[in-house]
Ligand binder design. Structure first.
Ligand SMILES: *Cc1c(COP(=O)(O)O)cnc(C)c1O
Length: 228
């Protein structure tokens, strides 16, 4: 397992470096979040010992269970978050990638203030406007950022999206490119409390395309830990 894991990590890092170079950047410009959902803490620790420091979980319960076992890592909440669960993770997360409503943002801010912390968040955008996906629509993003940017307990650091489930890579690329354009546009707007530092897009099937199109955070699970 350890040897396989090591090879997987090396391969992913090589691919990241290659894609970064294609887009005029270097590997150090790209943050790898290893998506560790369903992976045991022992395996996660092996990955940590291989040099990975950022781990992503999509369920609150799983994150809170694993966090105390490896508190020195950076934990990212990447999946849909219910308001009533925010209180369990404010003290544990490095970043929340999946903020998709004003009420959720308000709850995060409230809990963060109570804890004496400012939480970095990304706004999840539903670029392809699929009914089954969470996220703010592109056309509503600017208003959303204006509504949420002034909240004192959080800092908006960028955007996140998930590409549609399709083998049509042209369509996937279009989604990434469209969000990158919006990201750059918002950057020039200077909205209070809003910074565009991070663009979180790309998973095992499409991270090289995402990086070519401007992602600087990729969330990779199965290519590192094996198929779930
Ligand atoms: C599971 C998951 C990933 C990683 O998916 P893989 O295909 O295993 O790389 C990325 N982002 C989110 C939000 C996820 O839930």
């Amino acid at each position: 397992m350890q040897q396989r894991l090591k090879e997987n990590i090396e391969r992913v890092l090589t691919n990241i470096a290659e894609a970064a170079q294609k887009s005029g950047r270097s590997a150090t410009d790209i943050k790898l979040v290893a998506v560790s959902k369903t992976v045991s803490i022992d395996i996660i620790r092996l990955a940590y010992n291989e040099g990975l420091v950022d781990f992503g979980e999509n369920r609150v319960q799983e994150l809170t269970a694993k966090y105390p076992e490896l508190a020195e890592a950076n934990w990212h909440l990447i999946g849909h978050l219910q308001r009533n669960k925010v209180k369990y993770i404010v003290d544990k997360v490095k970043m929340i990638h999946s903020v998709d409503s004003v009420s959720l943002a308000e709850e995060i801010s409230k809990r963060a203030i109570a804890f004496g912390k400012v939480i970095d968040i990304l706004v999840q955008v539903n670029v392809s406007e699929e009914k089954t996906k969470f996220g703010i629509k592109l056309g509503e993003l600017e208003q959303f950022l204006n509504d949420v940017g002034s909240l004192k307990g959080l800092k908006i650091r960028g955007l996140m999206t998930m590409a549609p489930f399709t083998f049509d890579m042209d369509r996937v690329r279009w989604v990434f490119r469209t969000l990158k354009e919006k990201f750059d546009e918002i950057k020039t707007m200077d909205i209070a409390g809003v910074k565009m530092d991070y663009l979180s897009m790309g998973m095992s099937n499409d991270y090289m395309v995402a990086i070519e199109e401007g992602a600087n955070i990729v969330r990779i699970g199965s290519s590192i830990f094996g198929v779930r």
